[in-house]
Design a protein around this ligand. Structure first.
Ligand SMILES: [Cu+2]
Length: 215
């Protein structure tokens, strides 16, 4: 399966997510509005006027909030992928279109970085990375990419390139936190392995929570 635009041409499996609660809205039957819900007290605060988006997805899922209108600029700095201990670290990487991704060989043996689009297998680039050297690449197309090393076949990573700076990888428990999201309407794209699902949500308040449907 080839994803030319994340979440659009990807096969939609199901509506995984839906807004359950937006800032300050406590679950029914719980504390009155003047008393914060217990869970809210543990949510990290975003900058004033911006929203902390939290939620629950599958373990290791990529959750990206694409604004319904416009594309925010990529954050400054590079995304770092290290080659160390004959592994790619991290093994799941998220970057924004236009944001440099630096592939570092952090050890004393030679490696290689071969990046291809998932599904089509079309090569994005294929370079050698000598010990303690790095190669930087800026992706111009969103989608899912597979990262391998020709020298060490066990070395594998997945790279998801998105059209937004607002993204996260869910924890081992499936939870995720996306900080400093401007209020507004978003397309929430959830990538779980090669499967993608999306839903439109409105984000507002200091804290917006997203839950998979049916949980
Ligand atoms: Cu290698």
């Amino acid at each position: 399966m080839m994803m030319t635009s994340l979440g659009r041409s990807a096969r939609l499996v199901a509506a995984l997510v839906g807004i359950v609660c937006v800032a300050g809205c406590a679950p029914e039957g719980s504390s009155p509005p003047s008393t914060p819900a217990p869970a809210a007290s543990t949510v990290p605060l975003s900058q004033p006027g911006l929203v902390t988006v939290t939620g629950q997805a599958s373990r290791g899922a990529v959750v990206a909030l694409e604004p319904a209108e416009g594309t925010p600029p990529a954050p400054p700095g590079s995304v770092i992928v290290d080659q160390r201990g004959q592994q790619f670290i991290p093994a799941l990487v998220v970057a924004q279109v236009g944001q440099p991704v630096e592939f570092r060989n952090g050890e004393s043996i030679p490696h290689n970085v071969y990046v291809a689009r998932a599904g089509s297998g079309a090569a994005e680039f294929n370079v050698s990375t000598d010990p303690n050297q790095a190669y930087t690449h800026t992706f111009t197309r969103s989608g899912l990419y597979e990262v391998t090393c020709d020298i060490h076949p066990s070395m594998r990573a997945s790279l998801v390139v998105v059209n937004t700076p607002y993204h996260a990888v869910s924890s081992d428990f499936g939870s995720f936190v996306i900080m400093n999201v401007p209020p507004g309407r978003y397309r929430v794209v959830t990538l779980d392995g090669g499967e993608a699902a999306e839903q439109i949500v409105d984000v507002a308040g200091a804290h917006a929570r997203i839950e998979p449907a049916g949980r």
